[in-house]
Ligand binder design. Structure first.
Ligand code: TNX
Length: 551
């Protein structure tokens, strides 16, 4: 029977001799330099791999997953050789890969470079090879454009769990992404066990019927606070396991513990962390403007949702925060600690006698100065634990931050440019290209946010994170890289989370890795079409752009 699928395959088969076959035509991200050679290296049951034990085993497992073949590992020269060489011309993540009919050699100066070489090699194998597995001959020199190639997962709004995170890490690593930013706390949930403050998870990790976590209309819209109790969290043991899994794949895990706003989970578990409020007073400020809401609008004090902030003048809160930092840093070896700092609503501070008194004493006139004071204190605290602070672009308000502090720019491009101009290492997480909680364009799409506009793979692909015309060469160097985020207000389960990431995050991986001059949407689109087979093989749920096959 002729189905539309078989018809399409037949057409594709007729067209393929015309189409430019490239040795990397299903590889993402596109390697920096590729030279096509003649022929191919055949893989079979006797294929051997030599090289450092861990990387050789990872390659072996990858080949088995794609082909079913079980190569063996040898100490001798083999068909596939992984070579660690002290070669100063190869940067810390670079590799060269040479495939001929006689064999394949991957050379790098670090295990990370070797690992990336193996990921490219794996994506050169056509898994639909019908038991005739081969790797096309080519010479590749590859290194990343940016050192920071990240994804963020928000597990606070919806909890996806360990299996999803491990699968996400696998998919990141295959695309040479190296920073996993884990948004573990927010108003709707606290997802990491803190032994000194057990109520953070006993109370803060659960919402829905019967829990003290506030029931607020805004969240009711998402359908998660009605019905059964909902939530979850990671024990410290699970966190360690996930971090180890990421480390094996050359991914750094950066925890985010969002403060001093987005803290309903903390303030519900420990109401004493809220400012003391006197509703009859309100200190006015030029700045409070649209960030501030009238106190009367708050659902209920002290568990006012999305308008709350920690007290930043209560020393007990700083003791609690230090304990949290101590436990969190003991679990995450990353040099970075993300402190959030986004969307701090100052309403409660405006009605808080102790905050007003503190401002008067310090000669502060605007409420954002309280936030700035908090951030400066957090920088110091994190330094004490050997960590560099990362925060959302709002942390720049008030200035004076240490030049080490990393700014994650989300509200468009300008905050990113400003951050680099101010001398901060900067990560471009700009929402119109990188916020994959946004809906995909088109009719009947899955639910999502839409305030930054619909995003498809093309929109995620077609932008340049370096705004060279507005930055000096020195400032350009401060743009560490690119970051795509999935906020999860509208991401109820792992299948939906996977759909939101893939394939859009393939665009992010290539934006972050491949030279700008080599990037081309139509070339990428064709490669992506072929690359999707790797998701089919590892069972990753992804979005297929319309028109879809519905047979
Ligand atoms: C803004 S981006 C937020 C998040 C939301 C997101 C939804 C940022 C630092 N804050 O709390 O989830 O928009 O797109």
């Amino acid at each position: 029977a002729i189905t539309s699928r078989s018809l399409c395959l037949a057409i594709a088969a007729t067209l393929s001799p015309l189409a430019m076959a490239s040795p990397v035509d299903s590889v993402i991200p596109l390697p920096a330099e590729v030279t096509e050679l003649n022929g191919a290296l055949a893989l079979n049951a006797n294929t051997k791999i030599s090289g450092p034990a861990k990387e050789a085993q990872q390659l072996l497992d990858g080949i088995t997953a794609l082909t079913g073949l079980k190569p063996s590992i040898t100490r001798d020269q083999a068909a596939i050789n992984l070579v660690l060489a002290a070669d100063s011309s190869l940067g810390p993540e670079a590799y060269t890969l040479e495939v001929t009919t006689a064999g394949a050699n991957i050379t790098a100066s670090t295990p990370t470079g070797l690992f990336y070489g193996t990921q490219t090699l794996l994506q050169m194998i056509d898994p639909t090879g019908n038991n005739a597995w081969e790797i096309p001959a080519a010479k590749i020199n590859d290194a990343p454009r940016f050192p920071w190639r990240g994804l963020m997962l928000d597990e606070a709004r919806h909890f996806q769990g360990k299996d999803f995170v491990l699968a996400l890490l696998d998919n990141m690593a295959a695309r040479k992404m190296n920073k996993f930013h884990w948004h573990l706390t927010d108003d709707e949930g606290w997802r990491i066990e803190i032994k000194a403050y057990p109520k953070l998870t006993e109370i803060g990790a659960w919402r829905g019927n019967g829990t003290p976590m506030p029931n607020v209309k805004w969240r009711a819209k998402q359908g998660s606070d009605k019905g059964p109790k909902y939530g979850g969290f990671y024990t410290q043991e699970e966190i360690k396991e996930i971090v180890a899994y990421a480390t094996e794949r050359h991914i750094e895990v950066i925890p985010e513990i969002d403060m001093p706003g987005h803290v309903t989970a903390i303030t519900t578990a420990y109401p004493e962390t809220l400012p003391t409020i006197d509703p009859t007073i309100k200190r006015k400020s030029k700045e409070s403007g649209n960030k501030s809401r009238p106190l009367a609008e708050l659902a209920e004090i002290p568990t006012a949702y999305r308008s709350n902030a920690l007290s930043v003048v209560n020393e007990k809160n700083y003791e609690m925060i230090e304990q949290i930092v101590k436990e969190v840093t003991s679990l995450f070896p990353s040099k970075y600690y993300h402190l959030g700092g986004d969307e701090v609503h100052t309403t409660l501070w405006e009605h808080s006698p102790e905050h007003i008194a503190y401002m008067e004493k310090q000669g502060m006139t605007e409420f954002f100065q309280l936030q700035n004071m908090f951030m400066l204190r957090m920088e110091k605290l994190l330094k004490k634990y050997g960590r560099t602070m990362v925060g959302w672009n709002e942390i720049m308000k008030g200035g004076q931050l240490s030049k080490d502090t990393v700014v994650m720019a989300w509200l468009g491009i300008n905050p990113g440019i400003k951050a680099a101009q101010a001398g901060h290492p900067t990560i471009m997480a700009v929402s119109p290209h990188n916020y994959f909680d946004m809906i995909y364009p088109g009719q009947g799409e899955r639910k999502g946010n839409s305030w930054a506009g619909p995003i498809d793979s093309k929109r995620a692909y077609e932008w340049n994170p370096l705004f060279e015309s507005q930055l000096t060469p020195e400032q350009s160097k401060l743009i560490l890289g690119v970051h795509a985020c999935v906020w999860s207000e509208f991401v109820p389960d792992p299948q939906d989370a996977s759909y939101k990431f893939w394939p859009r995050a393939c665009s992010t991986a290539e934006v972050a890795w491949s030279p700008q001059s080599k990037r081309d949407w139509s070339n990428f689109r064709d490669r992506l079409g072929k690359h999707l087979k790797y998701f089919d093989i590892n069972g990753t749920y992804y979005r297929v752009a319309p028109p879809r096959f519905t047979l």
